[in-house]
Design a protein around this ligand. Structure first.
Ligand code: GDP
Ligand code: MG
Length: 669
């Protein structure tokens, strides 16, 4: 029979790193809280039997405030896990052990992985794991998940302890008697017997979730009430505080016995760096410089150099070779057209941007792994608080620069339901990676002198519109106070080569997969629709084709924005399926390869119209997959459709303003 263990620990304590180590998986690791918001399963094979390992979102205690915390707690309370692997950040041991104490009360077989032992060594912290084990009654194994230290010993200990229920240690001075009295009274309920101390603890705390889910017989309720009343009569505080104090007293004692810290705590590297990086005056200039550097590297000479090479390979070598091959095989003109102009033109135009995608994600991965991304959220919070927004929204929103879908899920980290919904609606304004080929194409063609600045301006505009929309929503449908900001700043860490490469590879794989599936199929469909008339004759001119007629029908909507050209309108629609499709659709519709497409666009779009087009692409509703996620996370079509309409209307208005004001200014000059 398979056994299942759950990895539980505080946010950013290295759970996913450990999970990847143990199971050989490649889950996303990031140096900030809130990266894992769902559960993930993998396996360890140990002496011919398999242990399933479940990675969960991080939690500070078993009293959940947010959806992701709920996911973790519900899972440990279910019957599924046979044991718990509690991961503890050794550099932050007191706070981490608070969760540990609650887990111990659950009574499930458990092992503690004392992580970050490498950092402890560097900081001169010594921990006596034997002593800690004795006090807690749980085996403690020192590890470094990042370096893979002590993994074998950890696995062996987990396997050996899988069937050993915990004995409850003699903790909780003063309140232990109350907890055991309630636990004993609970024996007659159907609750898991070994977890009764946990339920007793939570019921005494007055935890509303447990109260709702556990049906108590009257006699048990009586015992609970008298015990709770007796407890609170001891002091002026409420029971939750009294119990928390008791847990912390116990923890302090345990730490005093087991941990030796250097006499004079040195200022850590993180503290020294933060004096500089999140300094009141320097924070924003540093942020701006980093952004310029990142976009310049992605879209400036380096990115273009590699993109050009790839494009030359595709249009200069691959397409002619395929063309020649098809011709010698006697393929008809339309098959050649479909393969070369449809498939290779569409897919090729998107794939050419792979180098830039990889470079951008290299930088995003560095920002995330060093711990800088969390600081951006922190810096933004100071600014946003002034207009009544919670900086906590910025954590999911920053993830939106990668891809909207996981970012929308990351809004689960928000405690306040209104804030969560609002964050979900704002996240799509953060420019996702898939829009990058569109920007690169247009900026390269129409603004060759200042391509990176045009693109930076779009990213900044996305943030500004996001803030404006947030302010607007806060004043209207999401009225109310935001919760305070409690993002914990992670320490600065050097990114690992493995982690960085893995993030880049994941992104490249996603991008190529999309090109090979959605973009591939869509290019064929678009090619067919623009080559046949509604009566299924070959269209002499593509404006007579099915797509041409449809495009001309919707084009007037975009005419006031400066791009009422039917091909541009059609590509906006296909962009709803996947943003990269804007580029592939244009390439197929204009019937030219990527290098010629750039030149052609300069004759179709004025610079102002091109910028207005990019603004529309930046702001309008996200792609289908993000839309589906928004529907799921918001719990209904109405919400999702409302959000999409809100985004699209706002995109239209901003793009309209950009085009009209821009044209006016140009006129004067
Ligand atoms: P999670 O939020 O608990 O899943 O934590 P992650 O696995 O995402 O890791 C958070 C950060 O801690 C990442 O930057 C990891 O590289 C880093 N990390 C994890 N384990 C260790 C460790 O043992 N030593 C050091 N120095 N860093 C670690
Ligand atoms: Mg994680």
């Amino acid at each position: 029979m398979n056994h299942t263990i759950a990895i539980i620990g505080n946010p950013n304590s290295g759970k996913t790193t450990l999970f990847n180590r143990l199971t050989g998986s490649n889950q996303h690791v990031g140096n900030w809280p809130g990266v894992t918001v769902d559960r993930k399963t993998g396996h360890i094979v140990y002496h011919n039997h398999t242990i399933d390992v479940v990675d969960l979102p991080g939690i500070y205690s078993l009293s959940p405030f947010t959806q992701e915390e709920m996911i973790a707690r519900e899972y440990v309370l279910s019957d599924e896990p046979d044991g718990i692997l509690n991961i503890v950040d050794a550099t932050n041991i007191e706070r981490n052990l608070y969760l540990t104490m609650q887990l111990i009360a659950l009574g499930l077989p458990m092992v503690i992985a004392l992580n970050f032992i490498d950092d402890c060594r560097a900081q001169g912290i010594e921990i006596d794991c034997g002593a800690l084990s004795d006090t807690l009654g749980v085996r403690v194994i020192p590890i470094s998940a990042r370096k893979g230290e002590n993994m074998d010993e950890l696995i062996q200990t987990v396997a050996e302890n899988l069937k050993k229920p915990l004995r409850q240690p003699a903790y909780l001075h003063g309140v232990g008697a109350a907890v055991s009295r309630v636990a004993r009274a609970l024996e007659e309920t159907g609750l898991r017997q070994e977890s009764l101390p946990f339920y007793a603890l939570k019921l005494l705390e007055g935890d509303s979730h447990v109260q709702e889910h556990v049906a108590l017989p009257p006699s048990v309720r009586q015992t609970l009430e008298t015990t709770a009343a007796a407890l609170s009569s001891h002091g002026s505080e409420d029971n939750e505080m009294i119990l928390a104090d008791a847990l912390y007293d116990f923890i302090e004692e345990a730490v005093r016995r087991a941990v030796k810290r250097p006499a004079q705590p040195v200022l850590t590297r993180t503290e020294r760096l933060d004096r500089f990086i999140i300094n009141k005056w320097l924070a924003l200039p540093i942020f701006a410089c980093l952004m310029v550097l990142m976009f310049w590297a992605t879209f400036g000479p380096v990115g273009s150099f590699f993109a050009d090479i790839l494009e030359t390979l595709i249009t200069g070598m691959l397409v002619p070779a395929v063309q020649a091959g098809l011709r010698s095989a006697g393929a008809s003109a339309w098959v050649t057209g479909l393969v070369c102009d449809g498939v290779l033109g569409g897919v090729g135009s998107v794939v050419s941007f792979l180098p830039q995608i990889i470079i951008l994600f290299f930088f995003l991965s560095l920002l995330e792994d060093t711990g800088y991304l969390a600081r951006i959220a922190f810096i933004m919070d100071t600014l946003l608080r002034r207009i009544g927004l919670s900086g906590k929204s910025f954590v999911p929103m920053l993830m939106g620069f990668g891809c909207t879908t996981p970012a929308v899920m990351a809004a689960r980290t928000m405690e306040n339901e209104k804030d969560r919904r609002m964050t979900i609606m704002l996240t799509p304004f953060m420019s996702c990676g898939a829009k990058l080929p569109v920007y690169a194409l247009f900026a390269g063609a129409l603004f060759p002198q200042c391509a990176s600045f045009v693109i930076i301006s779009l990213y900044v505009l996305g943030i500004l519109v996001g803030i404006f929309a947030g302010w607007l929503l806060k004043k209207t449908i999401f009225r109310g106070v935001s919760s305070g900001f409690v993002l914990e700043l992670p320490p600065y860490r050097l990114p690992t080569v493995r982690g960085t490469l893995q993030n880049m590879w994941e992104k490249a794989k996603d991008f190529l997969t999309k090109a090979g599936t959605i973009i591939f199929v869509m290019s064929i469909v678009i090619w067919l629709l623009q080559n046949f008339t509604p009566t299924l004759q070959t269209a002499a001119d593509s404006s007579d084709s099915i797509l041409g007629m449809f495009g001309q029908f919707i084009a007037p909507v975009f005419a006031p924005l400066g791009f009422g050209e039917w091909r541009a309108s059609v590509s906006i629609l296909t962009g709803i399926i996947a943003k990269e499709a804007v580029v592939s659709t244009m390439s197929v519709l204009y019937g030219v390869d990527l290098s010629a497409l750039g030149g052609l666009l300069t004759s179709v779009f004025t610079p102002v119209a091109a910028y207005a087009f990019l603004v529309f692409i930046l702001l309008y509703m996200p792609c289908m997959s993000a839309f589906a996620t928004i529907r799921r996370e918001m719990g209904g079509w109405k919400w999702a459709a409302g959000a999409a309409a809100f985004q699209t209307v706002l995109a239209w208005v901003v793009s309209f303003l950009v085009y009209q004001c821009g044209s006016f200014l140009f006129h004067i000059i």
